[in-house]
Design a protein around this ligand. Structure first.
Ligand SMILES: CC(C)(COP(=O)(O)OP(=O)(O)OC[C@H]1O[C@@H](n2cnc3c(N)ncnc32)[C@H](O)[C@@H]1OP(=O)(O)O)[C@@H](O)C(=O)NCCC(=O)NCCS
Length: 363
């Protein structure tokens, strides 16, 4: 068995929605600016932790693949916003799933974390050291929104997506991949208080994103283009052989610039940024699950993925989809809804940044 088939998939989009109109009630911005600059219409904000969202996406991926958690070998949580660093959040997810024999680790390369995890787990399966893995991308990045930075606080959302990988004799799964990290670009996308640096240590759960949008934009297009060129030439295939492109969803204009550079038709690009905004590590698996639900993924398709994130880390890969595009079964597990409005949910964060939203709260 030398292939790692994507044999199950699942996602969780939190039910609470912050539309562009909603956000304009607390930040000096408007729908026209946000949509024309980024392609974003709304974002989902979570009332539960990253681990909990990741757990439900994983339950759904296991059911989708008809796979028993007890047989699972590995759980990888790709995330920049896990609720716990030690013990890692993947071990909590593994316990909740009842994946008794699975190893578990968190992987953080920012928005590329899910893709880096997919590459690691696929290579482990191909090498024969494991037979199955769950690779999750999940983020509660709403906790890192600084409402005084209007250029970045409108761009992100929360969510989780997961895929189940199982060893297979069929020629499917991640065929080829390339990962990179652009030199000297660390400071253009940065969460300075998110860690144990003695210079920045803080007990706040709210962290403020530092961001040079145009620098990120430029390097993202170049980094992803280089990664795509690398995988196309390694696999010895042409752009015309790609059936579908699922890019990281950070900005619609970045996606369009990439498609133009590749000479790739936008009709073959999966775009979900209007609905979810940038969900960091969750963006590609969330879009992939939606594409399956919308029947845009067909058996045997060649799917290109490309991504970038803080670091700046970049990556691209070519996935050969298997025969099955329907789930075997559906999980009955769920997360209770939040009892309140989107402004109630974010009130502590607004208070932290001195934003007066008291008139918007549920009496
Ligand atoms: C952030 C980003 C959307 C900005 O788009 P842009 O086209 O570079 O924006 P511009 O520089 O043309 O516009 C800046 C102007 O808009 C204003 N502006 C910024 N945020 C605004 C907002 N939310 N609402 C209204 N106006 C805003 C600025 O104050 C500035 O005004 P000025 O020209 O009067 O000084 C874009 O650079 C981007 O998406 N970058 C990469 C995204 C990214 O890093 N994502 C995370 C990576 S994983």
């Amino acid at each position: 068995m030398k292939y790692a088939e994507i044999s199950g998939w699942g996602s969780y989009a939190p039910p609470m929605i912050m539309s562009n109109e909603d956000i304009s009630r607390v930040v000096d911005t408007n729908d026209e600016w946000i949509y024309s600059r980024s392609g974003i219409k709304r974002r989902h904000y979570s009332h539960v932790s990253t681990g909990k969202m990741a757990w439900l996406a994983s339950e759904r991926a296991l059911s989708s693949g008809g796979f028993d958690a007890k047989a699972l070998d590995l759980v990888i949580l790709g995330s920049t916003s896990p609720e716990e660093y030690c013990p890692n959040t993947a071990s909590w997810i593994k316990n909740e799933l009842g994946a008794v024999k699975a190893a578990a680790f968190d992987l953080n390369s920012a928005c590329t974390s899910w893709f880096y995890g997919l590459n690691v787990a696929s290579d482990m399966i191909k090498a024969g050291s494991i037979k199955s893995a769950l690779v999750i991308g999940a983020e509660r990045i709403s906790l890192a929104m600084d409402w005084n930075k209007r250029e970045s606080c409108v761009l992100f959302g929360d969510g989780a997506g997961a895929v189940l990988l199982t060893a297979s004799d069929k020629d499917t799964g991640l065929k080829t991949a390339f990962m990179s990290c652009v030199p000297d670009t660390r400071e253009c996308l940065h969460l300075p208080s998110w860690g144990l640096s003695p210079l920045h240590f803080t007990n706040d759960i709210f962290v403020s994103l530092n961001f040079e949008g145009q620098e990120v934009f430029k390097n993202a297009v170049k980094g992803m283009s280089d990664a795509i060129d690398n995988v196309l030439s390694k696999e010895d295939i042409q752009v015309a052989d790609i059936d579908l492109f699922i890019p990281h969803q950070a900005n619609m204009r970045i996606i369009q610039a990439l498609a133009k550079r590749l000479n790739f038709p936008m009709e073959k690009v999966i775009v979900r940024i209007d609905e979810y905004a940038n969900t960091s590590a969750a963006s590609i698996p969330l879009a992939m699950v939606d594409a399956l639900n919308d029947k845009r993924i067909k058996p045997g398709m060649n799917i290109l993925v490309a991504t970038f994130g803080a670091g700046l880390t970049c990556g691209a890969g070519i996935i050969k989809w298997g025969d099955r595009v329907e789930s075997i079964s559906e999980s009955s597990k769920s997360i209770p809804d939040y009892d309140g409005s989107i402004f109630d949910l974010m009130k502590d964060s607004f208070n932290h940044y001195g934003i007066n939203a008291s008139h918007l709260l549920t009496p």
